[in-house]
Design a protein around this ligand. Structure first.
Ligand code: PGA
Length: 263
C-alpha cells in the first residue's frame, strides 16, 4: 500500500446539519476543547460546521477560549450581496473567520435542488473570499448497484472543479460521501472508499497535474464512528473525514479526532 503523503495534514470535520441551537453549540465546542489537546491539533486539523445562527457564538467561544478548532459553514450563496432573500453571503462568513465551507452536500443537492453548475459557482465564491471549499460528491445505492459509481462521482468532481486554477484545487478539500452511507449506519468498506478516493485523486491529476493531485485533501464521509475511523484513515488516499451524527457528541467526535489512539 503506498504511503500517505505527509504533506496532507488530516482534516476531520463535524457537519452538525440542522442540530444544536446556539446555546448547545457553545457547550459542544467547549466540551470538545476540554477533550482535545495540543498534540491532537498538531496532528489533525479539526473543524466544526454549525448552523448559520450558531456561527457567531461559536466564533466568539473558540476565540475567547483559545480553542484551535477551525470554524466552518455548511453552505453559502454564490453572490456577494443583493436581492436574494434568505441566502447567506460568503463575504459574511469570511467576516466571521469561517475558514471552510461545505459545498454541494448530497442533502443540498437532493432536497434543495443544487445542480453541478450551482455547486461550481459556490466553490468559486468560497475561494474568492479566501475560504476553503469542501466539495461533496457521492453516488446513490442504485447508481452503485448499477456499476455507475465512478461515472457519477468523477462527473461531479469534474463539474465542481470546472474553470478553477491548479493552485486553487490544490488548496481544496473533496469529500467522498456515498449517499447510501450517510446517516444509515452503513459505511463503505475501507477498500471501497479507498478505491473511489484513489479515482478522485487520479481524476484531479488528469484534469490538472500531479502536484495538484497529491496536494488536494480527500475526506470520506458516511457513518464515520470511533470504531471505523482508524481503518479508513489508514488508506493512502483518505486524508480525513466528514462526520455527521457522531460529531454532535463531543465524546464521540473527540475519539474520532484521536483515532491514532485506537489504531
Ligand atoms: P453521517 O453524515 O456521519 O451522519 O453519516 C455524514 C455527512 O452527511 O456529512
Amino acid at each position: 500500500m503506498p504511503e500517505k503523503k505527509p504533506s496532507r495534514k488530516p482534516l476531520i470535520s463535524g457537519n452538525w446539519k440542522m442540530h444544536h441551537n446556539h446555546f448547545e453549540a457553545i457547550q459542544t465546542v467547549q466540551k470538545l476543547g476540554y477533550r482535545l489537546d495540543k498534540e491532537d491539533y498538531e496532528l489533525v486539523d479539526v473543524s466544526v460546521h454549525p448552523p448559520f445562527t450558531d456561527i457567531r457564538s461559536v466564533q466568539t467561544t473558540l476565540e475567547s477560549d483559545k480553542i484551535p478548532i477551525l470554524l466552518g459553514a455548511q453552505n453559502c450563496y454564490f453572490e456577494e450581496k443583493g436581492a436574494f432573500t434568505g441566502e447567506v453571503s460568503p463575504a459574511f462568513l469570511a467576516k466571521l473567520n469561517v475558514s471552510l465551507v461545505i459545498v454541494g452536500h448530497s442533502e443540498r443537492r437532493e432536497l434543495f435542488g443544487e445542480t453541478d453548475e450551482v455547486v461550481n459557482k459556490k466553490v468559486k465564491a468560497v475561494l474568492r473570499f479566501g475560504m476553503t471549499p469542501i466539495l461533496c460528491v457521492g453516488e446513490t445505492l442504485a447508481e452503485r448497484e448499477a456499476g455507475g459509481t465512478d461515472e457519477k462521482v468523477l462527473g461531479q468532481v469534474k463539474a465542481g472543479l470546472a474553470g478553477l486554477k491548479a493552485d486553487q484545487v490544490a488548496s481544496m478539500v473533496i469529500a467522498y460521501e456515498p449517499i447510501w452511507a450517510i446517516g444509515t449506519g452503513k459505511t463503505a468498506t475501507s477498500e471501497d472508499a479507498q478505491a473511489v478516493c484513489g479515482s478522485i485523486r487520479a481524476t484531479v491529476g488528469d484534469l490538472f497535474d500531479d502536484p495538484t493531485a497529491s496536494a488536494v485533501r480527500i475526506q470520506y464521509g458516511g457513518s464515520v464512528k470511533p470504531a471505523n475511523i482508524a481503518e479508513l484513515m489508514a488508506q493512502p488516499d483518505i486524508d480525513g473525514a466528514l462526520v455527521g451524527g457522531a460529531s454532535l457528541d463531543p465524546d464521540e467526535f473527540a475519539k474520532i479526532v484521536r483515532y491514532r489512539l485506537t489504531a
